[in-house]
Write a protein that binds this ligand. Structure first.
Ligand SMILES: *Cc1c(COP(=O)(O)O)cnc(C)c1O
Length: 436
């Protein structure tokens, strides 16, 4: 199928839902129910053993959430997906599943503040350690950072907040050479601007709170699985062990996740263990809102990309911006990778250096009127934030330096307003601060 906007929108976004089965309702109904009536004892047996498809209990699965999972899997070319109560739950459950009983994850210094904090300060308590390699942009040098107990490579396709673009194909080849999966946080790009599975990623995680939903009204996350990783290579016994709960009740034979869910063993393991027992379930109403948001994904991102280009061009010529980091400009070190991986455009989230003191940059933020000052991204509203003090405020000065976050960094996330209005607002705020 050609990779066009038409197919992206209409076929995949409408996937996984048959109105004929739901009173011909064109929008997926909100199944606001905790549990589901079993038809009979045989049906109950089959549902528990995963030998029959259906719904059990809304902590584990729900028909509205199921449509969201299937659509996001379809958009990214995955074999299965699981929706969770937040992007952080998607990341944490992925890491716990991959490095169960301990191990290392090879990652980048360029990460979302919440991921960075969790990786440095929480996961080590579970015997899971992260190597934030400075070699992440150079696969040849990176190879020596893979240790015998490294369980995965984890990167953001376009990083928060500096917009570093990961060389996914090279990273996937390296990971696969060592029998480990490539995990990609694709929150900024969304499947519309970049499909990591196409370049070899095995697991893709999303904060659907951001551009996927795009309306700042839901906290949600997803894990999508490619269906291609050989989990039976001996490094992931947690997927190979037979489980009493997965025994086929007709034959009594115990099965493992690869046998019980051959298309999507990873997300099924997440569902039946971490979601089931740790419980960061997404509610059906939030899933419904995310589904509505996704219907306009391509239109919103096209507008955000075109707005970003205009703001970047204006800031580049503005003496109050010391620098602009946007992989869509030829002088950016990630420009070539962006040309390869982001042909539809570089996500409209980027940063610039405020050319002035910290006090002046705070006065600038206080003078802003149209842009919204808060810590979301990918929203329909245009957002502005001083990342070193907010989204990345938990990082030490050394960690900020390694993450390439300078003290004067201001992050912008383009929304759907008119670019000229957004520029006029930045302009009046600069003028107020510098008395022009
Ligand atoms: C926001 C964000 C997350 C965390 O998602 P929540 O839905 O807020 O839990 C993870 N990764 C990136 C890149 C993000 O921007």
């Amino acid at each position: 199928m050609p990779d066009t906007n038409y197919h992206f929108d209409t076929l995949k976004i409408r996937a996984a839902y048959d109105p004929a089965q739901h009173s011909q309702a064109v929008s997926p109904p909100i199944y606001q129910t905790a549990s589901y009536e079993f038809r009979d004892t045989k049906n109950a047996d089959g549902l528990f053993a995963l030998t029959e498809a259906g719904f059990l209990y809304s902590r584990v699965n729900n028909p509205t959430v199921d449509v969201l999972e299937r659509r996001v899997a379809a958009l990214g070319g995955g074999s299965g997906a699981i929706a969770l109560g937040s992007g952080m739950a998607a990341i944490s459950y992925t890491i716990l599943t991959l490095a169960e009983k301990g191990g290392r994850i090879l990652t980048s210094p360029y990460l979302y503040g919440g991921s960075s904090d969790a990786f440095r300060r929480i996961f080590p308590n579970f015997n899971i350690h992260f190597d934030h390699s400075p070699n992440i942009d150079d696969v040849t040098a990176l190879e020596k950072d893979i240790k015998p107990d490294t369980k995965a490579i984890f990167v953001e396709s376009v990083s928060n907040p500096t917009g570093a673009v990961a060389d996914l194909e090279a990273l996937a080849n390296l990971a696969h050479k060592h029998g480990i999966p490539l995990v990609v946080d694709n929150t900024f790009a969304t499947p519309y601007l970049l499909n990591p599975i196409k370049y070899g990623a095995d697991i893709v995680v999303y904060s659907a709170t951001k551009a996927l939903n795009g309306h700042g009204n839901v906290i949600a996350g997803l894990i999508v699985e490619s269906g291609r990783f050989p989990w039976d290579n001996g490094k992931f016994p947690q997927l190979e062990h037979t489980e009493y709960v997965l025994r086929d009740r007709a034959t009594g034979r115990e099965r493992n996740f690869l046998e019980a869910a051959p298309d999507a063993p990873f997300v099924t393991r997440v569902r039946l263990t971490y979601l089931n027992y740790f419980g960061a379930a997404l509610g059906p109403f939030d899933a419904y809102l995310a589904l509505i948001g996704i219907e306009t994904l391509s239109e919103r991102l096209d507008k955000q990309v075109s707005n970003a280009k205009k703001i970047v061009a204006w800031l580049e010529k503005n003496p109050h911006a010391a620098w602009v980091k946007y992989a869509g400009i030829p002088s950016n070190p990630y420009y070539k990778l962006a040309q390869k991986y982001l042909p539809r455009g570089v996500p409209g989230i980027f940063s610039f250096g405020f050319n002035g003191t910290v006090e002046q940059s705070e006065a600038f933020l206080d003078a802003i009127e149209l842009w919204s000052y808060h810590v979301n991204v990918g929203d329909a509203r245009s957002l502005i934030v001083n990342s070193p003090k907010t989204t990345h405020g938990e990082l030490t000065p050394e960690e900020l330096k390694a993450a390439d976050i300078e003290p004067n960094l201001i992050r912008l996330s383009l929304g759907l307003e008119d670019a000229e209005d957004l520029i006029a607002d930045l302009d009046q705020a600069f003028k107020k601060v510098f008395g022009e």
